[in-house]
Design a protein around this ligand. Structure first.
Ligand code: NOJ
Length: 534
């Protein structure tokens, strides 16, 4: 790996990036939804965490059928979040505080409210307006052009009044764009330039592996199996899942790489370095390496840890594979244990385990993503079905509960819900028992999750300011203990069920919970992680 000095212009390589879900961050005007001025007001809090950058989920004009990932105008701000001037103020304030800003870009689909789609409906079959999307005639029996199932459940096709169908891998309000049409690429480059001009330092690319489709007029041999294989919450035998995932006709097709090679030239045409991170779930994982070749994107999300158990052997295998795979392209790994699409890590693994995981990961080489509220140890909120808004819930008739539980607004202060998030009624209710989890409470408590994140991030920037490789200690992996050393710091995690003696004469730098350390002899209890020096 290169040294940080040589890589100064590549700020993202070892960056800690904080994901803000705008609707749930802070509501400045009492309408129950977070907004851009709310983010601006709370940026000092974000900077104080010790992160390097923020990534904002979409805040563009949108009917909000899929949390803003249904974009009706990618070059404007939805009124629920403010306006373009608010976006500019927010970006400027972030820069003043030393934070880089990534914005989301959603190239797989537009909203059906986008002017292109409205024009396509009016223009009719065979028109250049329809050629921007995937419109096809019905099969002779009147059924959709193929049997694909939407990732949100139900058919991936919706019929329009004149009988044609359009493809939507997600909700019917999210028509897929036709990337074989050069107009589409030109429009996205314009959007990229627009946000760079507004001050953005990079982009998170939504469904980055989905833009090229193959065999669009051919039925899949097992559409239901494929749809289940793609859902992380559906159980399936590993070999079956792997063989199905190898046959997805709409993900990770060779054509996507041509698009990113051309985007890379566009990114490199700006005066300041512009980075992009791909949201690409690809199978097998080695396929992900292609997205970060030197002439493509800068990072790809590694989703392994979003679903990995708290178990040393598995963690070692996944982390080590990722580091090894990327050596071939000299790109840096990314680590994430929560985001707006998955169950919160504190619920998935448990409160103690999630703290240990975070502390352990902050020691790894590469870039760490933190999802807002993760630093507070927030669990998923229990929601009544009537409150749920996720199209996943709606399109599966409630069979899948969807992602709302992880999107409940941030608790900032006070003893009663909505804990300072809003002066109005929040768009999703905050649980009444989050009073000990608020930012205010945790700021005053040196044992809190927030305090742990802050101290770990400060140590991370102090000790790992120059990038360096790690060396593993797997000598006690059978007991559930995984460790590594990096830049002279020893970092260990105990996923087993017994305490282990780690070393004599140690100085502890940080630990995810209480430890026994007598005369410098350190004992690591189960569900704990620690950073120390010998
Ligand atoms: C991935 C986004 O993270 C998710 O929230 C969204 O529903 C889908 N892409 C579709 O845009």
């Amino acid at each position: 790996m290169t040294s940080r000095t040589a890589a100064d212009s590549k700020w993202w390589q070892e960056a800690v990036i904080y994901q803000i879900y705008p609707r749930s961050f802070f509501d400045s005007n009492g309408d129950g939804e977070g907004d851009l001025p709310g983010i601006t007001q709370k940026l000092q809090y974000v900077a104080d965490l010790g992160v390097d950058a923020i990534w904002l989920s979409p805040f563009y004009t949108s009917p909000n059928k899929d949390g803003g990932y249904d974009v009706a105008n990618p070059r404007d701000v939805d009124p629920r979040f403010g306006n373009l001037a608010d976006a500019k103020l927010m970006i400027n304030k972030a820069h003043d505080l030393g934070l880089k800003v990534l914005v989301d870009i959603v190239p797989n689909h537009f909203s059906s409210e986008h002017e292109w789609f409205k024009a396509a409906l009016i223009a009719g079959p065979g028109s250049k307006e329809r050629a921007r999307f995937h419109f096809y005639d019905a099969k002779v029996d009147g059924t959709p052009p193929n049997n694909w199932i939407s990732l949100f459940g139900g058919p991936a096709w919706t019929q329009v009044a004149d009988g044609q169908y359009y493809l939507h891998l997600f909700d019917s309000s999210q028509p897929d764009l036709n990337w074989e049409n050069p107009e589409v690429d030109a429009d996205f480059k314009e959007t990229i330039s627009f946000w760079v001009k507004m001050g953005a330092d990079g982009f998170r690319i939504d469904v980055a592996h989905g833009l090229a489709k193959e065999n669009i007029l051919t039925d899949h041999h097992d559409p239901k199996g494929l749809s289940d294989a793609l859902r992380i919450d559906a159980e399936m035998e590993i070999s079956k899942r792997e063989s199905l995932l190898a046959s997805v006709p709409y993900f990770d097709r060779a054509g996507v790489h041509e698009i990113y090679r051309s985007w890379r030239k566009h990114f490199d045409s700006f005066e300041k370095p512009i980075m992009a991170v791909a949201e690409a779930w690809v199978h097998p994982p080695i396929n992900g390496v292609a997205y970060v070749r030197p002439d493509e994107l800068h990072q790809i999300f590694n989703f392994d840890l979003l679903i990995a158990p708290f178990e040393a052997k598995t963690l070692f295998r996944l982390i080590n594979n990722t580091i090894d795979m990327l050596k071939g392209v000299d790109a840096y790994p990314t680590w994430a244990i929560s985001n707006h699409d998955s169950p919160r890590v504190a619920s998935r693994l448990g409160a103690e385990e999630s703290r240990a995981m975070a502390l352990f990961l902050f020691g790894l080489p590469g870039s760490c993503y933190i999802y807002n509220g993760q630093e507070l140890g927030l669990p998923d909120a229990e929601l009544a079905d009537r409150d749920r808004q996720d199209p996943v819930f709606l399109r599966t008739n409630g069979e899948a509960k969807g992602r709302d539980g992880a999107r409940v607004p941030m608790p900032w202060s006070g003893e009663e819900t909505p804990f300072g998030f809003s002066a109005g009624k929040p768009w999703l209710p905050l649980p009444t028992n989050w009073n000990e989890l608020t930012v205010d409470k945790q700021t005053l408590n040196s044992e809190s999750s927030l305090a742990l994140y802050k101290s770990a991030l400060s140590l991370r920037s102090k000790f790992f300011s120059g990038t360096s490789d790690l060396s593993w200690d797997i000598s006690r992996i059978e007991q559930g203990v995984l460790g590594f050393s990096r830049s002279g710091i020893q970092i260990y995690l105990n996923s087993g069920d017994k305490s282990v003696k780690l070393a004599a004469s140690t100085i502890i730098l940080s630990s995810s919970g209480s430890l026994t350390c007598e005369n410098g002899e350190l004992e690591l209890m189960p569900k704990r992680a620690v950073w120390f020096v010998k």
